[in-house]
Ligand binder design. Structure first.
Ligand code: MN
Length: 313
């Protein structure tokens, strides 16, 4: 699958790795993973990782980006990872590279490079970099393995989203042949600070249920102001306090704002998207959002969700 990309890698002595802006665990994991994979297997080459700062993933090994001079691009191969559209790529200088290729796992949007591997069946880009290492018999280092594993965990929602497959675990198993501290990966990803834990506890106590066990939380504008945190961290941030409750397959978080009531809809089985669309929103089958004008509309939506929950699946 990666023959063409390997040919390019072999023919260039300078390789500069790009990924999308505001990097997540998979963007950084695949970037750092590929960088260390190439440095280890081709020690004569110069390999760089570029882009904006690592942000909340700055705990990852070697997550400080390299400073690369413009002139380096003239004879370089640029590799774009984990990015579906060119306007999302961090550091536009990839356009000036002598050669360009891409490895991605998003649904195909547009062609970015003459040589591309886009496999949307993969749960993460890290999974594809691991597949490259396996297919091409390249040996991994502990830092490469740990970075790639981190991206697999984050993009698969701890190996639980629908995209998680047999291939995911075969590749994860391959990574685990290199000794790295698994616990450290999970600690950095999932340890919450006390304020966050407290907020979650407050929201767990606010959960209510409809007759057909739709879980919901309703936060008034007054309550929101008193919490003194961002709307986003309540609306998106607290919806999944209702995930993983036995017998609750649909849940929704209502948050009053100046510009209407934000509705975050989630489901573990049924398709809630048509209900979000009905109220002017959108999203995915199991995760959608909408903004309604008032509490009456919000309660109407809740009623629709309750009806859906009552249907035989
Ligand atoms: Mn990704």
């Amino acid at each position: 699958m990666f023959e063409k990309i390997m040919e390019l890698i072999r023919s260039y002595n300078t390789i500069i790795i790009h990924r999308h802006k505001n990097p997540d665990g998979d963007a950084l994991g695949s970037q750092i993973g590929l960088k260390h994979l190439l440095m280890h297997n081709f020690p004569e080459k110069k390999v760089y990782a570029v882009g904006d700062e690592a942000g909340r993933f700055d705990f990852m090994d070697d997550s400080v980006m390299d400073v690369v001079d413009d002139s380096e691009y003239e004879s370089a191969l640029a590799i774009v990872l984990d990015t579906s559209a060119s306007h999302l790529i961090s550091d536009e200088r990839y356009k000036t590279a002598a050669a360009l290729c891409r490895i991605d796992h998003h649904l195909f949007c547009e062609t970015i490079a003459p040589a591309e591997v886009v496999d949307s069946s993969a749960e993460s880009c890290c999974s594809l970099i691991t597949a490259l290492a396996m297919e091409q018999n390249l040996s991994l280092t502990p830092v490469a393995a740990k970075s790639l594993y981190t991206g697999m965990v984050t993009d698969s929602g701890r190996f639980r989203y629908d995209s998680t497959s047999e291939k995911t675990f075969l590749r994860a198993a391959h990574l685990l042949r290199n000794a790295f501290d698994l616990n450290e990966v999970y600690q950095n990803l999932y340890a919450a600070d006390f304020e966050q834990a407290r907020l979650r506890a407050q929201f767990v106590l606010k959960i209510q249920f409809t007759p057909n066990r739709v879980g919901y939380i309703y936060t008034t504008q007054e309550e929101l102001q008193a919490l003194n945190v961002s709307t986003f961290s309540i609306s998106r941030g607290m919806v999944n306090t209702m995930a993983d409750i036995k017998g609750v397959n649909i849940w929704v978080n209502f948050t009053e704002t100046e510009n209407g009531i934000l509705c975050e809809l989630r489901s573990s089985k049924q398709n809630i998207n048509p209900i979000a669309v009905k109220y002017g929103g959108g999203g995915h089958m199991k995760a959608s959002g909408a903004t309604v004008n008032n509490k009456e509309e919000a309660m109407q939506m809740l009623h629709d969700l309750d009806k859906l929950a009552g249907e035989n699946t």
